[in-house]
Design a protein. Structure first.
Length: 255
Protein backbone atom coordinates (compact mmCIF):
# COMPACT_ATOMS: atom_id res chain seq x y z
CA UNK A 1 0.00 0.00 0.00
CA UNK A 2 1.29 3.33 -0.99
CA UNK A 3 2.22 5.44 1.93
CA UNK A 4 0.70 8.84 2.23
CA UNK A 5 2.82 11.55 3.65
CA UNK A 6 1.12 14.50 5.23
CA UNK A 7 3.27 17.53 5.97
CA UNK A 8 1.72 19.99 8.36
CA UNK A 9 2.75 23.02 10.36
CA UNK A 10 2.08 22.59 14.06
CA UNK A 11 1.58 26.11 15.35
CA UNK A 12 1.92 27.17 18.96
CA UNK A 13 2.53 23.65 20.16
CA UNK A 14 2.60 23.71 23.95
CA UNK A 15 5.31 21.56 25.47
CA UNK A 16 6.24 21.34 29.12
CA UNK A 17 10.00 21.43 29.27
CA UNK A 18 10.65 18.41 31.40
CA UNK A 19 12.67 16.33 28.96
CA UNK A 20 15.73 14.44 30.24
CA UNK A 21 18.97 16.25 29.53
CA UNK A 22 22.27 14.49 29.23
CA UNK A 23 24.57 15.78 31.96
CA UNK A 24 27.94 17.33 31.32
CA UNK A 25 30.45 19.46 33.14
CA UNK A 26 29.55 23.03 34.04
CA UNK A 27 31.09 25.74 31.90
CA UNK A 28 31.99 28.82 33.93
CA UNK A 29 30.15 31.98 32.92
CA UNK A 30 33.29 34.01 33.60
CA UNK A 31 35.87 34.47 30.88
CA UNK A 32 38.44 36.34 32.97
CA UNK A 33 39.67 33.54 35.24
CA UNK A 34 43.25 33.84 36.38
CA UNK A 35 45.70 31.15 35.39
CA UNK A 36 46.26 30.42 39.07
CA UNK A 37 42.57 29.64 39.53
CA UNK A 38 42.38 27.59 36.33
CA UNK A 39 45.21 25.45 37.69
CA UNK A 40 43.55 25.02 41.09
CA UNK A 41 41.45 22.22 42.51
CA UNK A 42 38.63 24.70 43.02
CA UNK A 43 38.26 25.25 39.30
CA UNK A 44 38.34 21.49 38.70
CA UNK A 45 35.67 20.99 41.34
CA UNK A 46 33.55 23.76 39.83
CA UNK A 47 33.86 22.15 36.41
CA UNK A 48 32.61 18.86 37.82
CA UNK A 49 29.35 20.40 39.03
CA UNK A 50 26.35 19.31 36.98
CA UNK A 51 23.52 21.84 37.03
CA UNK A 52 20.15 20.28 37.74
CA UNK A 53 17.94 23.24 36.87
CA UNK A 54 16.87 23.48 40.52
CA UNK A 55 18.25 26.85 41.59
CA UNK A 56 18.56 26.02 45.29
CA UNK A 57 20.34 22.71 44.67
CA UNK A 58 22.66 24.28 42.12
CA UNK A 59 23.63 27.11 44.47
CA UNK A 60 24.53 24.54 47.13
CA UNK A 61 26.53 22.39 44.71
CA UNK A 62 28.56 25.35 43.46
CA UNK A 63 29.21 26.65 46.97
CA UNK A 64 30.40 23.21 48.07
CA UNK A 65 32.80 23.07 45.12
CA UNK A 66 34.62 26.11 46.52
CA UNK A 67 34.77 25.01 50.16
CA UNK A 68 38.24 25.63 51.57
CA UNK A 69 39.27 28.34 49.10
CA UNK A 70 41.36 30.93 50.97
CA UNK A 71 41.95 34.56 50.09
CA UNK A 72 45.53 35.60 49.47
CA UNK A 73 48.03 38.41 49.80
CA UNK A 74 48.77 38.89 46.10
CA UNK A 75 47.59 37.91 42.64
CA UNK A 76 49.82 34.85 42.89
CA UNK A 77 47.35 33.48 45.45
CA UNK A 78 44.29 33.35 43.20
CA UNK A 79 44.48 29.56 43.33
CA UNK A 80 43.08 29.72 46.86
CA UNK A 81 45.82 27.74 48.57
CA UNK A 82 47.49 30.38 50.77
CA UNK A 83 45.96 29.58 54.14
CA UNK A 84 47.72 32.57 55.69
CA UNK A 85 46.32 35.08 53.20
CA UNK A 86 44.39 38.08 54.50
CA UNK A 87 44.57 40.71 51.76
CA UNK A 88 41.18 40.04 50.09
CA UNK A 89 42.88 38.85 46.93
CA UNK A 90 40.47 36.21 45.62
CA UNK A 91 39.16 34.90 42.32
CA UNK A 92 35.61 35.93 43.15
CA UNK A 93 36.58 39.59 43.51
CA UNK A 94 38.63 39.40 40.33
CA UNK A 95 35.76 37.95 38.33
CA UNK A 96 33.11 40.25 39.76
CA UNK A 97 35.01 43.54 39.63
CA UNK A 98 36.96 42.57 36.49
CA UNK A 99 40.10 43.85 38.15
CA UNK A 100 42.75 42.78 40.66
CA UNK A 101 41.06 44.56 43.56
CA UNK A 102 42.12 43.94 47.13
CA UNK A 103 42.27 45.52 50.58
CA UNK A 104 39.76 46.35 53.28
CA UNK A 105 37.26 47.91 50.85
CA UNK A 106 36.83 44.59 49.07
CA UNK A 107 35.46 42.17 51.64
CA UNK A 108 33.86 39.46 49.53
CA UNK A 109 31.02 37.62 51.29
CA UNK A 110 28.34 39.13 49.02
CA UNK A 111 30.60 38.76 46.00
CA UNK A 112 30.90 35.04 46.68
CA UNK A 113 27.12 34.61 46.91
CA UNK A 114 26.65 36.61 43.70
CA UNK A 115 29.41 34.57 42.01
CA UNK A 116 27.66 31.31 42.92
CA UNK A 117 24.32 32.67 41.71
CA UNK A 118 25.74 33.65 38.37
CA UNK A 119 27.41 30.26 37.91
CA UNK A 120 24.01 28.67 38.71
CA UNK A 121 22.35 30.98 36.14
CA UNK A 122 20.29 32.48 38.98
CA UNK A 123 21.52 36.08 38.95
CA UNK A 124 17.95 37.32 38.42
CA UNK A 125 16.97 35.80 41.77
CA UNK A 126 20.19 36.82 43.54
CA UNK A 127 21.42 40.06 41.94
CA UNK A 128 25.06 40.91 42.51
CA UNK A 129 25.61 43.60 45.12
CA UNK A 130 28.67 44.76 47.02
CA UNK A 131 26.85 45.63 50.26
CA UNK A 132 25.03 43.03 52.31
CA UNK A 133 21.90 45.09 52.99
CA UNK A 134 21.66 46.00 49.30
CA UNK A 135 21.78 42.31 48.38
CA UNK A 136 18.99 41.64 50.89
CA UNK A 137 16.88 44.41 49.35
CA UNK A 138 17.47 43.22 45.79
CA UNK A 139 16.71 39.57 46.58
CA UNK A 140 13.42 40.65 48.19
CA UNK A 141 12.62 42.90 45.21
CA UNK A 142 13.24 39.93 42.92
CA UNK A 143 10.50 37.94 44.67
CA UNK A 144 12.43 36.41 47.56
CA UNK A 145 10.99 36.35 51.06
CA UNK A 146 12.03 35.78 54.65
CA UNK A 147 11.55 32.35 56.17
CA UNK A 148 11.45 31.24 59.81
CA UNK A 149 14.42 29.39 61.26
CA UNK A 150 12.47 26.13 61.46
CA UNK A 151 11.61 26.37 57.75
CA UNK A 152 15.15 26.83 56.44
CA UNK A 153 16.41 24.56 53.67
CA UNK A 154 19.38 24.33 51.34
CA UNK A 155 19.70 27.25 48.92
CA UNK A 156 18.25 29.82 51.32
CA UNK A 157 20.47 32.79 52.10
CA UNK A 158 21.48 33.68 55.64
CA UNK A 159 21.98 37.38 56.42
CA UNK A 160 23.49 38.76 59.61
CA UNK A 161 22.07 42.01 60.97
CA UNK A 162 23.82 43.98 63.71
CA UNK A 163 21.30 45.57 66.03
CA UNK A 164 23.50 48.67 66.32
CA UNK A 165 24.92 48.99 62.83
CA UNK A 166 25.15 47.78 59.23
CA UNK A 167 24.49 44.27 58.00
CA UNK A 168 27.98 42.74 57.96
CA UNK A 169 27.73 39.28 56.40
CA UNK A 170 25.82 36.80 54.22
CA UNK A 171 26.10 33.13 53.30
CA UNK A 172 24.33 30.22 51.59
CA UNK A 173 22.50 27.61 53.63
CA UNK A 174 23.37 24.10 52.46
CA UNK A 175 20.78 22.38 54.66
CA UNK A 176 18.54 23.30 57.60
CA UNK A 177 21.44 24.04 59.97
CA UNK A 178 24.69 24.53 58.05
CA UNK A 179 25.88 27.20 55.66
CA UNK A 180 28.79 27.93 53.37
CA UNK A 181 30.07 31.48 53.58
CA UNK A 182 32.66 33.36 51.61
CA UNK A 183 35.12 35.47 53.60
CA UNK A 184 34.34 33.65 56.85
CA UNK A 185 37.75 33.71 58.53
CA UNK A 186 39.24 34.71 55.15
CA UNK A 187 38.02 31.61 53.35
CA UNK A 188 35.03 29.74 51.94
CA UNK A 189 33.90 27.90 55.04
CA UNK A 190 31.28 25.32 55.98
CA UNK A 191 29.89 26.57 59.27
CA UNK A 192 26.71 27.32 61.21
CA UNK A 193 24.93 30.68 61.62
CA UNK A 194 25.00 30.50 65.41
CA UNK A 195 28.80 30.70 65.51
CA UNK A 196 29.05 34.03 63.67
CA UNK A 197 31.11 36.67 65.49
CA UNK A 198 31.37 40.26 64.23
CA UNK A 199 33.78 41.45 66.89
CA UNK A 200 34.67 40.79 70.51
CA UNK A 201 31.43 42.35 71.76
CA UNK A 202 28.96 41.55 68.94
CA UNK A 203 27.90 38.06 67.87
CA UNK A 204 24.90 35.86 67.25
CA UNK A 205 25.51 34.12 70.57
CA UNK A 206 25.45 37.46 72.43
CA UNK A 207 22.15 38.35 70.80
CA UNK A 208 23.24 41.64 69.24
CA UNK A 209 23.68 40.14 65.77
CA UNK A 210 20.42 38.83 64.35
CA UNK A 211 20.10 36.06 61.78
CA UNK A 212 17.69 36.62 58.89
CA UNK A 213 16.90 33.80 56.44
CA UNK A 214 15.70 34.59 52.94
CA UNK A 215 14.46 32.24 50.22
CA UNK A 216 15.32 33.65 46.78
CA UNK A 217 12.86 33.42 43.93
CA UNK A 218 14.90 30.84 42.05
CA UNK A 219 13.84 30.20 38.47
CA UNK A 220 13.70 26.71 37.00
CA UNK A 221 15.74 26.53 33.82
CA UNK A 222 16.92 23.68 31.67
CA UNK A 223 20.52 23.07 32.78
CA UNK A 224 22.84 25.15 30.56
CA UNK A 225 25.53 22.47 30.37
CA UNK A 226 26.93 21.49 27.00
CA UNK A 227 23.67 19.75 26.06
CA UNK A 228 20.76 20.48 23.73
CA UNK A 229 17.26 19.16 23.34
CA UNK A 230 15.94 18.36 19.87
CA UNK A 231 12.35 17.62 18.89
CA UNK A 232 11.67 16.56 15.29
CA UNK A 233 14.92 18.16 14.23
CA UNK A 234 14.25 21.42 16.05
CA UNK A 235 16.60 22.66 18.76
CA UNK A 236 15.09 24.03 21.96
CA UNK A 237 16.97 27.08 23.31
CA UNK A 238 19.27 26.03 26.14
CA UNK A 239 18.04 28.68 28.57
CA UNK A 240 14.30 28.17 28.11
CA UNK A 241 12.37 27.98 31.37
CA UNK A 242 10.18 25.08 32.48
CA UNK A 243 6.64 25.54 31.20
CA UNK A 244 7.62 28.01 28.47
CA UNK A 245 5.77 27.97 25.16
CA UNK A 246 7.52 27.58 21.84
CA UNK A 247 6.59 26.60 18.29
CA UNK A 248 7.68 23.40 16.59
CA UNK A 249 7.47 22.56 12.88
CA UNK A 250 7.10 18.81 12.35
CA UNK A 251 6.26 16.00 9.94
CA UNK A 252 3.46 13.52 10.59
CA UNK A 253 3.48 10.35 8.51
CA UNK A 254 0.67 7.84 8.02
CA UNK A 255 0.06 4.81 5.85
Amino acid sequence: MMKKWLSILISTLLILCCFPVSASALTSVYTNHSQEYLNSKYYRQLSNVVLSGNGADDMVAIAYSQQGYHEGNSTADYGGGNTGGEGNYCEYNRNYWKSDVHGSNYAWCTIFVAWCARQARQEAAVPGQGYVVHMYDKVIEAGGYEVAADQVRGGDLVFYHRTSGPWPHVGIMVNATQCIEGNRKNQVMLTTPGTYVYNSSESVARGNVKVVYVRPNYQGVIPPNDSTIRISGETVPGDIKHGSKFGVRGIISSG
